[in-house]
Design a protein around this ligand. Sequence first.
Ligand code: PLP
Length: 389
Amino acid sequence: MPGYDLFDRREMESLQRLFEEGGLLNRYAAQLRGRSYVESFEAAIRQTYSFRQTLAVSSGTAALKCALKAYRVGPGDEVILPAFGYIAAALAVLDVGAVPRFVPMRDPYTMDSRALPRLLSGKTKAACLIHMLGVFHAPPDVVDFFAGRDIPLIHDMAQCFGSEIPPIWAADRLHAFVFSFDFNKTITTGEGGMLAVADPDLFQTAHAYSNMGHENRPGLPKYLDPPLMPGINFRMGEMEGCLGLVQLEKFLRLRSPRQKFVTELEILLSHAGASIPRPALAAVNGDYATLEMASAEEAESARRHLVSEGVEVRTLPNGLQWNWCGNWGHLGPDVLLSSYPKADRDSDRALLERCIAVCVHFGKEESCRQILERWRRARTEGRSLNKTV
Ligand SMILES: Cc1ncc(COP(=O)(O)O)c(C=O)c1O
């Protein structure tokens, strides 16, 4: 359910207002105009999640890199990542000079904790959980493994904005949260991202890094703001801040009915195939309903049929190139093979090939439900589904 489903005149009006107020589009315009939409967007996300500090940046990938910089991850370090997720985290790790180590899957939502001791080394500096397909899922055994060793856990929340997190983590130095607002996300600003960290020092480092390394001392003009460290330009602009505020307000209004709807869909789907167990309602943002079929052939046939009926469905391998590290040979043989044995790769690929994810667009809930209900009935009655694409 991409946020662009909800675009209406309110996004346009907010941009028009920004121009009528003088069209100051830059991130640190607050000093000149007396207010900043980016800062208001940061505050709104802070309030939504009870985060202590939030930093809006130019993309989710930029936010991941800011998180790594904040935890001082650099050359020679290793970062533990799930094998199934999204390539941005691995690229951010490589970009700070560190090496990703991939953990085999337990299900499409998380990593297999039994592999963690094998992947841990004296060089492990951080770990990342990538909360996939609209579901926030941080199994206690995985979290405890890292917490017990003081290893920071970066939560990539790009695909699950709106699902709840344990409030205690929002105030914990060892947990960082990263969001993306790219065009396909539930809240979109076109491009954009956000980092939330609890600790003021972590925040200052990330903030400075995202603004050319400068301190961002309030009240000082840009040219007098002292440099703290080498950095880069990952700033979010005011247009994105404006859009983010409008999209957030719409999403929060619709979140709860969407969560319920997608949970109902999964129950319906579970009568037609084996569903994937997943955490409670609050952890779900209403983006996707996911299920595991008996075989790859069944998953593909279900996908084809449902797509022909007008429902957006992906078998998970559709996204393998971007989502599964088994296909990331271009990151270098070192990165992949040493931590992800072939037997795990084969079984993970087989699991992904059996899974489908139904994306429910805003405004199409009822027709989606009817199509899935017809499909379920046909399957349980053993009727063939001959309309395929
Ligand atoms: C799980 C996940 N992480 C990170 C990103 C990267 O976000 P961005 O495109 O804003 O850089 C995405 C984008 O699709 C994603 O799905």
